[in-house]
Design a protein around this ligand. Structure first.
Ligand SMILES: [Zn+2]
Ligand SMILES: [Zn+2]
Length: 165
């Protein structure tokens, strides 16, 4: 998604953009719905432009317990700044170099980053997800199994027989 410099200079508020997840650079995110709705506002600030807004995206995450894919629409607010000043503090990720010679700004890179940063470290389909049976692999959310898990096989049980002298 390109924003022309002329669009930035004329500023705008709460403008809606439709885009496709297929146009984004690959950050490993899986989408269950490729349509992304983006609401943007642009403001001229002292050192460049401020772009703020919200993304509505539907990524699919694999549950770490049952391995099923689950998806919810997420609303991700964001704010970033474009500046033609090159000496920027390196650790400031939200400040993007935008030289005066560039006639447009490509939003796809920062948008892919925002979505990828929103991914949970250990996604679960549901807080109460029962996961898979460690013995037969049945998804315990959908069915039960007859496995009797052998407590004897618990490696920690060995500690119960341990008697210090
Ligand atoms: Zn699950
Ligand atoms: Zn089982």
């Amino acid at each position: 998604m390109k924003l022309l410099r002329s669009e930035l200079i004329s500023e705008f508020n709460h403008k809606l953009f439709d885009m496709s997840a297929r146009d984004l650079p690959d950050r490993g995110t899986v989408f269950s719905d490729n349509s992304i709705l983006c609401e943007l506002s642009v403001k001229i600030v002292q050192f460049g432009f401020q772009i703020s807004g919200e993304l509505k995206v539907t990524p699919a995450y694999e549950c770490v317990r049952c391995l099923e894919s689950s998806s919810d629409q997420l609303t991700l607010p964001f704010k970033l700044w474009l500046t033609a000043i090159k000496e920027k503090p390196a650790e400031d990720q939200d400040l993007i170099y935008f030289p005066d010679s560039q006639d447009h700004f490509e939003m796809n890179e920062p948008i892919a980053d925002i979505i990828s940063l929103a991914e949970p470290i250990n996604p679960v389909c549901n807080k109460r997800c029962k996961g898979l049976c460690p013995n037969c692999g049945t998804n315990l959310n959908q069915a039960s199994c007859d496995c009797i898990l052998d407590e004897q096989n618990n490696p920690w049980d060995a500690l119960k027989n341990f008697k210090p002298e």
